[in-house]
Structure formats: C-alpha cells, structure tokens
Design a protein around this ligand. Structure first.
Ligand code: PEP
Length: 250
C-alpha cells in the first residue's frame, strides 16, 4: 500500500482579522518547540490575510491555502479571486467546492471541476470537497451522491498527485455530530476504490481528508481510520491550542 503523509488543513472560513495572526504565531510556536508534526499543516484564512499567513507561517512549516478561487485567471469578475492571485499571495492549496459554496453560491460540480483545473494550472493543490446531506444519508443515497460528486468534480488533469479530496458530510459540519467510525471507514474506502478505478496507481496516493466536527476529543480515533489521510478542520482550527492537539493526534 502507498504511504501518504497525512495532511491537516484548517478552514478559517469568514473568520480572521489581522489580530488572528497572533493565533498563527502561537501555533507556529507550538509546532517549532514541540515534537515535529507528523502531518503537513495548512491554514486557509480569509483572502485578506492570506499573504500574511503565508509569510508568517513559513518558518514553522505552516502552508497557506485559499478557500475558493475563480475558474479564470483574471478579468471582469468583481469580488472574485483567481487561483493565480492566490498563488501570487503565497498559497499552495485552495479549497474548492466546499458545501457552503455549493449551497450559498449555487456552485455545481462542473464549476468545481473548472476551479480545480484552474488551481492545478496555477500550481496550487485543490482540496475538492464532497459530502452528502442528512436527508441523503438517511435515505441511503450517501454513497451514490458522493460518487456522483467525485466523478464530476475531479478534473482529468495529468497532475493528479496534486489533487486532494475532502469528504465532509454536510450534517456534520459545525454541528458537533460525526458519522460513526464504521461509516467514515466505509465512505473513505469507497472513495478510494473510485479513485483507483479511475486513476489507477495515482488514485492510491491521493489524500482523502475527513471533515466535519473534527475536534481534539475525536481526532485520534478518526485520523487512524484506514484511508483517512488527514482532516479538514473548521471551528477547531481557530484556536491554536485545539488545532495543535488535532495535528498532534496524527
Ligand atoms: C468545514 O466546514 O470544512 C468543517 C470541517 O467545519 P467544522 O470542523 O467546524 O465542522
């Protein structure tokens, strides 16, 4: 089996003013004084402080990522930020297709795939999010819903080692609820099968992150589940102490 270096990404969402950089400094201090982290550490802050996060996190090995990008590089798209701009600001990753973008901005799988292609084209690693609603889980269609999202959201680009998948059941995001370990294992195994079916050996080396109420209290057991290659962390990434505990759980 392929060894994948675990990756823990923090999604700050629309939280973070310049003052939040103090939290980043605290995290950097923890990462450099403690035992060396066994995971790659990524922070995805609001775009307004992305350059500062990239600059200040670098010496502690903290990598920076955007939370979304436009599918084209520049032009008449007021309010949008392109992948090349994120890269220019120091990002190495970008989240695409987060369920909040899909729900609040009506983003489709086709748009998500175009964003992922733009990210790859700018040298960024897209973190492509998929996940079912609670009604879909209860109705027994979680597997097929996620399979359809994966099939349509992942580009056929050659640089597949650069693609990261985040499985985030929508009903687990920000709710304090998580699927059972068995349900997580089943979904991650089925995502892995699909990646290998489509991409062969390369599919075996793609990160599959779990996201949805990952906390210091549940990180250890969730992160050791087979085919869980790290986590995408919302709420618990805002406090350096909590985020560091999750990183240390790897
Ligand atoms: C997220 O929205 O990516 C997420 C995982 O949020 P939370 O950890 O707060 O559930």
């Amino acid at each position: 089996t392929t060894t994948i270096t675990p990756l823990i990404a923090g999604n700050w969402k629309m939280n973070g003013l310049r003052g939040s950089l103090e939290e980043l400094t605290t995290l950097a201090g923890m990462l450099t004084t403690g035992e060396a982290p066994r995971a790659l550490v990524v922070i995805c802050p609001p775009a307004t402080i992305l350059a500062a996060v990239a600059r200040q996190g670098a010496s502690a090995g903290i990598l920076a990522g955007g939370q979304d990008c436009h599918a084209v590089a520049s032009g008449a798209h007021t309010g949008d930020v392109s992948a090349s701009m994120l890269a220019d600001a120091g990002a190495q990753y970008v989240i695409v297709g987060h369920s909040e973008r899909r729900a609040n901005h009506g983003e489709t799988d086709d748009q998500v795939r175009a964003k992922a292609e733009a990210a790859i084209g700018s040298g960024l690693k897209p973190i492509i999010c998929v996940g079912e609603t609670e009604a879909q889980r209860d109705g027994g269609t979680a597997d097929s819903v996620v399979a359809a999202q994966l099939a349509a959201s992942i580009p056929d680009a050659a640089e597949l080692h650069q693609v990261i998948i985040a499985y985030e059941p929508i009903w687990a995001i920000g709710t304090g609820r998580t699927p059972s370990n068995d349900d997580i294992a089943q979904m991650h195994n089925s995502i892995r099968r699909q990646l290998v079916d489509r991409f062969g050996d390369k599919g075996a080396s793609i990160h599959i992150l779990y996201g949805g109420s990952l906390k210091p209290q549940n990180a250890r057991e969730i992160l050791q589940i087979e085919n869980v290659n790290g986590g995408l962390v919302g709420g618990a990434s805002l406090l350096a102490k909590d985020f560091y505990t999750i990183i240390s759980a790897v």
